[in-house]
Design a protein around this ligand. Sequence first.
Ligand code: SF4
Ligand code: SF4
Ligand code: SF4
Length: 293
Amino acid sequence: MIRLALVSLSGYCSGCEVALADVISEVLPRIEIVYSTLIADIDKLPSNIDLSLVSGAVRTKHDIEVLREARNKSKLLVALGSCASFGGIPGLANVYVVAELLREIYGTYPREVPKLTRAAAPVSEYVQVDYRLPGCPPPYKLLIELLVCVDEKKPLPKPPSRTVCDECSLKKRDVYEENVYRLGERDDVDFSRCFLEQGILCMGIATASGCEAQCPSRGVPCRGCRGPPAKIVDQGERLLSSIASVFSKIDEEELVRKIPDPLGYFYRFTLPSSTIPYTPEILKRMEKDEGSD
Ligand code: SF4
Ligand code: SF4
Ligand code: SF4
């Protein structure tokens, strides 16, 4: 029986816990939920936790306190989902300093919201993480596999070194169109054939396997939510270089025009874990930032 804590940080959407609620009925005899503010009304972290599943990016001082307490009280701590693993979608806010961000959202600077950290960060920036299970949310089968491994005290599954392309069953001819389209921009898409070969950006090429290519198999290109495969540090960088080599014959300016939001395309889930440095200009603005802690 696993004494399980579900720790939700503020940079999250609760989708990971909803995914977990789905699997709980399958593993119910194996778990006892000892902490969760969402699916059980238990708001004090007990001691002797077997497994803490942490979802959400770190965004407030309170997040850091809860996270450290969970780490101290847990045998295993797992980053659940792409927000906890890489910073996720909340990490895209890191292109703003906090005061700018709050003004952008609320119009005026609000005094009643909790002080935010300077940047959204993955859990591993503050505590030691035993395992990452990325995905937005993580795939059902992998969640069950993780819980069964912990319950049976088996080694945790190895992070995948393969990509979504490796497990994608769409037909490939190794012939690429010499143009880039957004989905919806052309009405003759062959949904049984690789999107990328048809000029539609698909991130499966640099995204960790494990989801059974569920988006392409349902007619939607991969957005890269599982992050990079093992041994690749920067998913966005790998995506950029792969796309550039696949579409090498397309005029550079045309390519830039077709991808109006490169950060949102290539770093949608991983910006805080990427190798993109803060520019001196952003660092200077951060020092003066009235909105962060
Ligand atoms: S990883 Fe996705 S589903 Fe999970 S908390 Fe973040 S945004 Fe929500
Ligand atoms: S690029 Fe996308 S559609 Fe093509 S094989 Fe990879 S995952 Fe499948
Ligand atoms: S296909 Fe891509 S975006 Fe869809 S679940 Fe898999 S990794 Fe995530």
